[in-house]
Design a protein around this ligand. Structure first.
Ligand code: C2E
Ligand code: MG
Ligand code: MG
Length: 560
C-alpha cells in the first residue's frame, strides 16, 4: 500500500483535484493557470500542459464584453468570491454554458495566493440543442429560471447582496398577434429576447416564462441596480423593431420584487413580482413598479433627480468651488482641488454627495465630468492670464467617466480648448478604479501621464486594493483619506496608518497630500512626520472662484 501514497505535495493536489467531477482551474494571484483537473481536460479538450502558464482568457467566448469581466474581477477583489454563468469556449471552438464559482485564497497578509474556479457545465441535449430552454427564443424556460433564481438567492446570502426579480410583460401583445399574425409575433418575441439579453450582465439570468412574459433575476449590490436595469429594458423595448419588413413599436411593463426585502423564497418573489407587474400595467404600461411602495417612492425621486440634473446642466446651475492645498512648512498655496456644487433653483445649494451618485448611475456623469474638466481648465488658465501664481488644479474623476471610451479626448479637449499646459491639471481617481488591473486601465493611466497631467489616488487607505499596484501604475500623488486625519489625536492606530502612508509615499517617491486637516494639532503632526502638503478646513474651506483668486493673490494662508 505504501506505493499508493503520493510522493510529493504536488501529486497530492492533483489527486485531490481529480476526485472532483466538475472542471476546475487553479490560477495564481495574477490569474496565470497553475493547475487544471481531469474533468477540465475532458470537458474543454485542452491538456493541462497546454494551458499551464496561460490565463483563462484562452476560454473566452465572444458572448461577454469587457465590462462583464471587469465586474467579475471587481467582485472577486471585493468579496473574494464570484458566482455566475459564463459562456466558455472549448479547444474545439464549442461554446459551453458553465455555472462558475471562483474563490480567492489569501495568504496571511491578505494578498491573493490562488483563484480556484469550479465549473458545472450545463448539459445540452445533443439532438435538439435545447433542454429546459424555450424552443422559440432559446432562453431558459420557467423551470430552469426558478432553479437559477434559487441559486441566485443562495449566492447573495453569503455576500450580503440582494436579488431583484423583474417580470417583464409586453404591453398589448395580443393586438400584434391578432393584427400582424403569429409569425410576426414569434419573430418579435425572438428579437425582444435578444434585446433583454443585451440589457443584463453575464451573471444574471433572463428567461421566457410564458407567452409574452419574460423574467430576469439580477444579483444587485444596491436597489438602484434594479432600477437601472428596469429603465434600460423599458428604453430598449421602446426602440422600434423591424420584423419581416414591418416596423413594429411596442412598450413593456415591469414588476419588481426583491430578496430579502419582499420575500424569502423564489416562489414568493415570483408572486410578488406578478402583483407588481399587474400594477404597472394597470397604470397604462410602459413603466416599472416595485412590489414595495417605499421603493416606488425612491425610484420616483431618482427619476426626478435625473431630470433635474439634465436641466441643471442646460441652465448652467453647476459651479466649481476651489479648496487650497497648502505647503505645511511655508503656508504657501501650492495647488487647489476643484469641487462641484449645484445651485438648483428648486432644491437649493447641493453638495456633490447628494447628486454625483445619481449622475454616475444614470450616465449623466459623462456630461458633468467633461464640464468640470473644461471649467477647471478655463478657470485655471484665466488665473494664469491674470498674472496669479501658477498652480495645479485637481479634478475628481468618477469611475464611469474614466471608463468611457472618450475620456482621454475629454481631457485633451479641456486642455486644448483653454490652451492650458497639461502640467497644471491633476486628475484624482479612487483606489477601486484600479481594481481589475485591466489592460485598458493601465493604458488609460499611461495616456494621462503621457499627456503630462498629474495623477493622484484620492481617499487613499480606504480601498481594498493590494499595495503592489502603487508600483505598477503611473501615479504621482497619494491623498491620505480624511478618516485617518480626523482621529489622529484620539486614535493611535490612525496616527500610525498616516505615518505609514507618508513613509511609504516617500519611499516610492510619490507626493503625499493630507485631506481634512482641521486643527493645529493635525498640521503639527503632518509637518513633523514629513507630509508637506495639506488640504483642510484649518487653512480654508472650498471657496467660490473669486474668493479663491483673492487668496491666491496673497499667495499664502497665515494663521493667528
Ligand atoms: P473628495 O474628492 O475627497 O473631496 C474632499 C472633500 O472633503 C470635499 O467635500 C471637501 O469639502 C471635504 N473637506 C476638505 N477638507 C475638509 C476638512 O478639513 N474637514 C471636513 N469635514 N471636510 C473637508 P465635498 O466638496 O462635499 O466633496 C465630496 C466628494 O464629492 C469629493 O470627495 C469627491 O469625491 C466628490 N466630488 C466633488 N466634486 C466632484 C466632481 O467634480 N466630480 C466628481 N466625479 N466627484 C466630485
Ligand atoms: Mg478629491
Ligand atoms: Mg478625498
Amino acid at each position: 500500500m505504501i506505493g499508493m501514497i503520493p510522493n510529493s505535495q504536488d501529486n497530492l493536489v492533483d489527486i485531490i483535484l481529480n476526485t472532483v467531477d466538475d472542471p476546475m482551474i487553479v490560477t495564481d494571484g495574477h490569474g496565470v493557470i497553475v493547475r487544471v483537473n481531469r474533468a477540465f481536460e475532458d470537458s474543454f479538450g485542452w491538456r493541462a500542459e497546454e494551458v499551464k502558464g496561460k490565463t483563462p482568457k484562452i476560454l473566452n467566448s465572444a458572448k461577454h464584453d469587457s465590462a462583464f469581466f471587469e465586474e467579475l474581477w471587481q467582485s472577486l477583489k471585493a468579496d473574494g468570491f464570484w458566482e455566475g454563468h459564463i459562456w466558455n469556449r472549448a479547444k474545439s471552438g464549442d461554446e459551453l454554458n458553465t455555472d462558475c464559482r471562483i474563490k480567492a485564497q489569501l495568504d496571511d497578509n491578505g494578498d491573493v495566493l490562488y483563484f480556484v474556479s469550479r465549473m458545472k457545465v450545463e448539459e445540452i441535449e445533443e439532438s435538439t440543442g435545447i433542454r429546459n430552454h424555450d424552443q422559440l427564443t432559446g432562453l431558459p424556460d420557467q423551470h430552469l429560471f426558478l432553479d437559477r433564481l434559487e441559486q441566485a438567492i443562495i449566492a447573495v446570502k453569503r455576500v450580503d447582496k440582494s436579488v431583484a426579480l423583474l417580470h417583464i410583460g409586453i404591453d398589448h401583445f395580443s393586438t400584434i398577434n391578432d393584427g400582424l399574425g403569429y409569425d410576426i409575433g414569434d419573430e418579435l418575441l425572438k428579437q425582444v429576447s435578444q434585446r433583454l439579453h443585451d440589457c443584463m450582465r453575464g451573471s444574471d439570468t433572463v428567461a421566457r416564462v410564458a407567452g409574452d412574459l419574460f423574467s430576469m433575476a439580477l444579483q444587485v449590490a444596491s436597489i438602484d441596480d434594479g432600477v437601472i436595469v428596469a429603465e434600460k429594458v423599458l428604453k430598449s423595448i421602446q426602440t422600434g423593431f423591424k420584423v419581416n419588413g414591418n416596423n413594429v413599436n411596442i412598450t413593456a411593463s415591469i414588476g419588481i420584487s426583491l430578496f430579502p426585502k419582499d420575500g424569502e423564497t423564489a416562489s414568493d418573489l415570483v408572486k410578488l413580482a406578478d402583483s407588481a407587474l399587474h400594477h404597472a400595467k394597470k397604470n397604462g404600461g410602459n413603466a416599472y413598479k416595485f412590489y414595495a411602495e417605499d421603493m416606488n417612492i425612491k425610484a420616483k425621486n431618482r427619476i426626478e433627480m435625473e431630470a433635474a440634473i439634465r436641466k441643471g446642466l442646460e441652465n448652467r446651475e453647476f459651479v466649481l468651488y476651489y479648496q487650497p492645498k497648502v505647503a505645511a512648512g511655508t503656508e504657501e498655496i501650492v495647488g487647489a482641488e476643484a469641487l462641484i456644487r449645484w445651485q438648483s433653483p428648486e432644491r437649493g445649494f447641493m453638495p456633490p454627495n447628494d447628486f454625483i451618485p445619481v449622475a454616475e448611475e444614470t450616465g449623466l456623469i459623462g456630461d458633468i465630468g467633461s464640464w468640470v474638466l473644461g471649467e477647471a481648465a478655463r478657470q485655471n488658465k484665466a488665473w494664469q492670464d491674470a498674472g496669479l501664481k501658477k498652480i495645479r488644479v485637481a479634478v475628481n474623476v468618477a469611475a464611469p467617466q474614466f471608463k468611457a471610451p472618450d475620456f482621454i479626448d475629454c481631457v485633451l479637449n479641456a486642455l486644448d480648448n483653454n490652451d492650458l499646459d497639461a502640467q497644471w491639471l491633476e486628475l484624482e481617481i479612487v483606489e477601486s478604479m484600479l481594481m481589475g488591473n485591466t489592460d485598458m486601465t493601465i493604458k488609460k493611466l499611461h495616456e494621462v501621464r503621457d499627456i503630462g497631467c498629474h495623477l493622484s489616488i484620492d481617499d487613499f487607505g480606504t480601498g481594498y486594493s493590494s499595495l503592489s499596484y502603487l508600483t505598477r501604475f503611473p501615479i504621482t500623488t497619494l491623498k491620505i483619506d480624511r478618516a485617518f486625519i480626523k482621529d489622529l489625536e484620539s486614535d493611535k492606530t490612525m496616527a500610525e496608518i498616516s505615518r505609514a502612508i507618508i513613509g511609504m509615499s516617500q519611499g516610492l517617491e510619490l507626493e503625499v497630500v493630507a485631506e481634512g486637516a482641521e486643527n493645529l494639532a493635525h498640521i503639527d503632526f503632518l509637518r513633523e512626520n514629513g507630509c508637506q502638503t495639506v488640504q483642510g478646513f484649518y487653512y480654508s474651506k472650498p471657496l467660490p472662484a473669486d474668493e479663491f483668486a483673492a487668496l491666491l493673490k496673497i499667495g499664502s494662508i497665515k494663521h493667528g
